[in-house]
Design a protein around this ligand. Structure first.
Ligand SMILES: [Zn+2]
Ligand SMILES: [Zn+2]
Length: 251
């Protein structure tokens, strides 16, 4: 299995694009979020649209869903097909009614719901989804913006992918110590205050053995100033591609 970062920047970063990723799992290619810069990134990487099999939505900020409209229109009209869209039950109504309906609804052609554009798979809380035999995703509800549902991902029981979250050391400790998590992609706000994100300063309080498993993403344009100041953690870089086989990362 492989993961490629379409972007590694924060919501407002201009240099590194939005933090979105593409997982390649035995012939099934799954986008983790599709933010405003995702389609441009796919284009720059020469990844053809028809190689994308599905997209998983972690939460409803534009840097995570801003590309879903283009993806919907282009899969429908250019490719004449639907791809899978994994959406948490709690995100569904808002995703359609308040984010996408205004432009995707087309009474003339009878397109009246998300299901007219995507093969929608509604995921319940605490439901682990078997996307394919080799790719299992467990959504973990995490705190980001108060009152707004947000789900980080625990993939194949060893890989934690944060979906923008306020620092939660208990969760990271528990995943690391009790659940065999050997790889963590974590959002990282470089400058204070963090408010709805985890800051570098907070991540630096984690024990060294956890830091060694952490790759930092969702950072601001001034990231280069922080190279060498991230303890045992390393920055992911835009368009970086990494093998994420269980063998390597399961402790
Ligand atoms: Zn974000
Ligand atoms: Zn967010």
């Amino acid at each position: 299995m492989k993961i490629q970062m379409l972007g590694t920047g924060s919501a407002f970063a201009k240099t590194y694009y939005n933090t979105n990723a593409l997982i390649y799992a035995n012939g099934y290619n799954l986008l983790i979020d599709c933010g405003s810069t995702a389609m441009l990134s796919l284009y720059q990487l020469n990844i053809p649209l028809d190689s994308i099999d599905g997209v998983w939505v972690t939460h409803l900020h534009a840097d995570h869903i801003g590309g879903l409209e283009e993806l919907a229109f282009r899969t429908k009209y250019e490719l004449n097909k639907k791809i899978d869209l994994y959406v948490m039950e709690s995100l569904m109504p808002t995703l359609w009614d308040h984010c996408l309906k205004g432009t995707l609804i087309n009474d003339q052609d009878g397109f009246i719901s998300l299901a007219d554009y995507y093969d929608v798979i509604v995921v319940k809380e605490q439901q682990t989804v078997k996307v394919i035999e080799e790719l299992h995703i467990e959504p973990i509800r995490t705190e980001h913006v108060p009152g707004k549902p947000n789900y980080s991902l625990f993939i194949n029981d060893f890989f934690f992918y944060s979906a923008d979250l306020q620092f939660n050391s208990e969760l990271l400790m528990q995943l690391h110590r009790e659940r065999g998590c050997g790889l963590i992609f974590h959002d990282c706000q470089l400058e204070l205050p963090g408010i709805v994100h985890t800051t570098l300063e907070q991540l630096l309080t984690l024990p060294l053995d956890i830091q060694q498993n952490i790759r930092l993403m969702h950072y601001s344009d001034n990231m280069p100033q922080y190279i060498g100041k991230t303890g045992a953690m390393q920055f992911l870089t835009q368009h970086e591609s990494m093998d994420i086989t269980e063998k390597t990362y399961k402790p």
